[in-house]
Write a protein that binds this ligand. Sequence first.
Ligand code: 0A1
Ligand code: ZN
Length: 868
Amino acid sequence: MTEHLIKRRLDYQQPDFSIRSTFLTFDLSPSKTVVTSCLHIKKENINATQLKLDGENLLLLSVSVNGRSLGEYEYQFDEYSLSLNIDEENVELEITTQIDPQSNTSLEGLYYTQSTYCTQCEAEGFRKISYYLDRPDVLSVFTVTIRSKCETDKFLLSNGNLVKRYQDGDTAIAVWHDPHPKPSYLFALVAGDFDLLTDSYSTLSGRQINLELYLEKGRLKQGQHALDSLKKAMRWDEETYGLEYDLAVYMVVAVDFFNMGAMENKGLNVFNSKFVLADPQTATDEDYFNIESIIAHEYFHNWTGNRVTCRDWFQLSLKEGLTVFRDQQFSADMSSYLSTRIAQVKVIREHQFVEDAGPMSHPIRPDEVMEMNNFYTVTVYDKGAEVIRMLHTLLTKEGFRKGMDLYFARHDGQAVTCDDFVDAMASANNVDLRHFQLWYSQSGTPLIKVRKVGSENKGKSTTFEFTQINAATPDQANKKPLFVPISTKFLDESGQEIKVSSLNNGNIIVDRDKVSVTVESENVTPVLLDNFSAPIIVEYDYAIDELLHIIQYADSSYAKWDASQGLFIKCIQTCYLEDFDSLTQRETKAVLAKYANVLKSNSIESDVLAQLLSVPSFEAARVGLESIDPIRFDAAIQAVQQAFADELGEYALLRCQDFIQSEYEYSTEQVNARAIYAAWLKLASLSEQGKNAALVTLRKRYANADNMSDKLNCLKVAQATNIAVFDELMLKFESEYTHDAVIMDKWFSLHATARRSDILSRLDLLKAHSQFNQRNPNKVRALLGSFAFYNLSGFHQKDGLGYKYVADYLLQLDKINPQVASRIITPLLQFKQYDASYKAHMKHQLERIFNSKELSKDLFEKTSKALA
Ligand code: 0A1
Ligand code: ZN
């Protein structure tokens, strides 16, 4: 087996050489592309003699130094590198390599699919294009020449500004120059034929920027929302952070084959087409939202990532945590704070907490990495953003802005570390953030247990004790207490807020093992972790009436939602633990009846209503439980869902009639109205009293829907409530959209998550569908990813066949695209959290993968950690 080495953060060393300029020439051909690279190399460490360049899967054609061609004995190369001695301080190094883009199914480096050339270089893909110092702290000025003899390569694109475009006989040639020094991971090249959507943007300082969207032919109209989003993002960044775009052109290319969401290459973003294309007939509200936020995310990287980049890959959260936080702020400003915040919190609770409780647990700034692609995680991205959010809370908006200004003043044009970022924040605000910094180095989810320790002062005051617990994780045995801001309010019996002077801007700072807070009142309901002020788990033994009190009286909609989740989770866990006996059933019914009354009698604001009607997912509801029997837990969720629907069924049916259909518009009001309608329709369709009438409504609604959101909502309701109707509507959907690859992903995903006993043979049929393609990550994620992540009853079959199905598939996929295989394996990695028999079956499949021949580094790292 190939040896897979672990790299360590603390082993970082500055590079001995820099690359002042990089001239690349590509002679494109699908299976034999020749890359000529002319590098001006400068020795930075006078004692260094050997230059070692990274390179993988390259056919080396020639090497020359200062114009002299080297003989084979003058350099050494192996599978991963090319080394040569450099005596002078400055040399011109020219290397010619040949690559095979057509056979590149990993979609890393330069690849060719659907008659288009495309690159993906982050994190370490450039080395599959040419030998280079492929590390983020080597910044170089790039000039790129692209040559093609193929007439369909109408557009030849790279980073920066187009210097010239001309024809030399049968060869089309384009030359690009990017004046901003950049690391190799930000390099991009795209060549092919597209429809081009253009616009221009005028910056606040009066510069004109050309905006260009390159879209699959025939899809021009579907680019408008992305283009509008881009202009909004450009304006927002100028207004919020004073950051202006710095080139004359900003290009976005949409491609169907892409491993991730999108990539922020300087001036030439490459996007997964599902995060660009939208019109009311093809995209849902969620798609509209995602497009706006991902377009913004990539745009914001121009400053947080490109102008100031990472010193090494351990610092990935420097750019990702910060850029996610910035896109979250932007989305909240564009739509509603509440719904965006709830969605973010769900990501943390349902995915990040799970990651942190499993074998891949790592700090937002990891210490050890085998395969960098395995660290584009919810921890680095989303927990990273929560850490930035805490800084924003602690320093205030103004203080945070001062910190950002200082960060750019100090580090523009540099490759820096997370410590540099926190230092800028600390210096600009004159505060000590050393304790806070532990969030960067400590992994795991802090648990804060809150207890009412009694009342004093003749019962006139109540004291709450906060205990911080940081359990060991596989990567770190010893933990220290973190600096945790817990936004807290206290409500009295009448629902009024009680002022507590000891709070710090509304936060209780738990920075030690134990912290106590006293409230001058006797009957107090605490509202804890409002707005999810820290990425932690809070445990407090709420009485149901306290939760209902919060839902009725808290002035924060977030707190209402969180209390509603707490209420559902309490019911689900009781059903699960008490074996659904008749007492539990009666009690659950009584609790849900009370809750239903609150929902009926209160004028709940529309931005939170749909969320209040939704029962939490498996991942959210299982918090705090170990050795889970997923099937029994699933049954508990179903039981609570059914009891809740039965409480509200008739009322829900009535509420469905409130909905007035108007022409589709992506606006906050319409998005809320559609979500509320779908939530009522689901409850009505599930309920004993409402289901027949609801079914008629559902069919009618599907038939009359003039937009994808309503259609998909109907399909989801049918999937959850009536499989026969689901099958009927899915057939209609297929015949309508079978030609559209992007839309068919939704269809694959809905099939993959359906609850049915023959799901595995269905998956076999779906894999044979004409629109399925094992080389396309979107398809694989839609079918196999959705199944493994979200089909609880299908994946966790008692005989282990669901696990085997996924493992068999991953073994094939690993040979095609290890990055995608490595994402889909995630649910199997959590095997230790399940009950014995499930655990054994999952472990067996992990062992099969681990022991298979020529396993990728990606899967090797994950399976070896899981089985350790
Ligand atoms: N930097 C991109 C995400 C990205 C990361 C890795 C990729 O390939 C391995 C592709 C894209 C972002 O944060 O948007
Ligand atoms: Zn990013």
